[in-house]
Design a protein around this ligand. Structure first.
Ligand code: GLY
Length: 357
């Protein structure tokens, strides 16, 4: 089959998405006198050779390697990269290429946007989560103090190259994690995507290229209309208000779960809230829960954990004037944002998660 990737230029970024995206993206890279690639220890081993093989005409001048892991999304790594760029005399006419998952593209974007008041950068995501979410939309930054993404900027890469080629070495738990975000697009904006997936376990799927192109386009369509998250972009937070509390809870217990596992649990709770608060049909909530349970085991939480989870939620960025606001579903494929929900109802939604499996 003769496959060509999907090309899309928005006002601020140029995208190449799908099979053969990398080898078709020479033009995206061709006008720079110097290329600095940012990798971590995993992508240096598994992805940098693939990048070079597929773009032999691009001469990489420098490689900067940082440490992988969410706990490394911090100021120390930013200082390290600023120091490296300075030591290597990297100038403003260089292009930084960020080859990695969400942590790497978040840090890399922040560094590129601030070094010498900003140099161009391209995101080349290497995880499913990066391909359908983190590399798109210009959110850059680091965790600071106790808070995730506390410091950062909205700034778009000049190019985003999304090639499923890199997924050959992706671990199972990272496929599952990215799949939660794919399901989310099906629920908030793209009922047809949901129908492609419904009834399947992510391990049985063999049409990832089609799914990745579709999910990435869904995200681009949202962020190009609301780059700074003042309105419709907030719909991307479906499942994330309660999901982030689960994620932080297990991190605190030193038993981290993946972002996708936490968000899947959050989507079960927030589907229940959608039924209560937005009158979404009960049969639709059942369909969502069935599909999530097919792909994600329930998290080991109990009644005793409810006060901690509620406290973690109150620290979330989505809490304004002490009130919890959610993005919820009106129906399949249609989300709404800024819906206030009482703490009592939020608590009941987690109880629903605990007792209805
Ligand atoms: N990951 C959510 C967003 O980009 O807005």
């Amino acid at each position: 089959m003769n496959t060509t990737p999907f090309f899309l230029d928005t006002e601020t970024a140029s995208y190449v998405i799908g099979e053969k995206a990398l080898e078709s993206s020479v033009k995206q890279f061709d006008k720079y006198p110097r290329y600095v690639v940012l990798v971590d220890e995993n992508t240096r081993e598994h992805c940098l050779p693939v990048f070079q093989q597929n773009l032999p005409d691009i001469t990489i001048n420098d490689v900067i390697c940082i440490e992988s892991g969410e706990e490394k999304k911090n100021l120390d790594q930013v200082l390290f990269i600023w120091n490296e760029l300075t030591r290597l005399n990297v100038d403003r006419d260089a292009l930084m290429i960020h080859l990695g998952g969400g942590v790497l593209t978040d840090i890399g974007g922040f560094v590129a946007a601030t070094y010498k008041r900003g140099i161009d950068f391209a995101n080349v995501p290497t995880t499913l989560l990066g391909m359908v979410d983190a590399a798109i939309g210009g959110k850059t930054g680091i965790d600071f103090g106790k808070f995730k993404n506390q410091v950062g900027l909205f700034v778009d890469p000049v190019s985003v190259i999304i090639d499923p080629l890199f997924l050959k070495t992706l671990a199972d738990k990272h496929w599952q994690s990215g799949f939660a975000e794919v399901l989310k697009y099906g629920l908030i904006i793209d009922h047809e995507l949901w129908q492609w997936l419904y009834g399947k376990n992510y391990r049985e799927i063999d049409y990832w290229n089609k799914i990745i192109v579709r999910a990435a386009r869904d995200k681009i369509n949202i962020v190009r209309h609301d780059f700074k998250e003042k309105g419709v972009r907030k719909n991307l937070n479906f499942g994330h208000t309660i999901g982030h509390a689960f994620e932080s809870f297990f991190l605190k217990m030193n038993k981290p779960v993946t972002h996708g596992q936490a968000i899947a649990a959050g989507m079960i709770c927030e589907s229940w809230l959608s039924e209560q608060r937005m009158d979404m049909e009960c049969s639709k909530r059942e369909e969502i829960v069935e599909m999530i349970d097919r792909n994600f085991p329930r998290l080991p939480v109990s009644e005793n954990d409810l006060p901690t989870l509620m406290e973690l939620m109150r620290q979330d960025k989505k809490v304004r004037e002490g009130k919890l606001h959610f993005s919820l579903l009106k129906r399949m494929g249609k989300a709404v944002h800024d819906k206030e929900v009482s703490s009592g109802l939020v608590l009941k939604s987690i109880e629903f998660y605990l007792h209805n499996s």
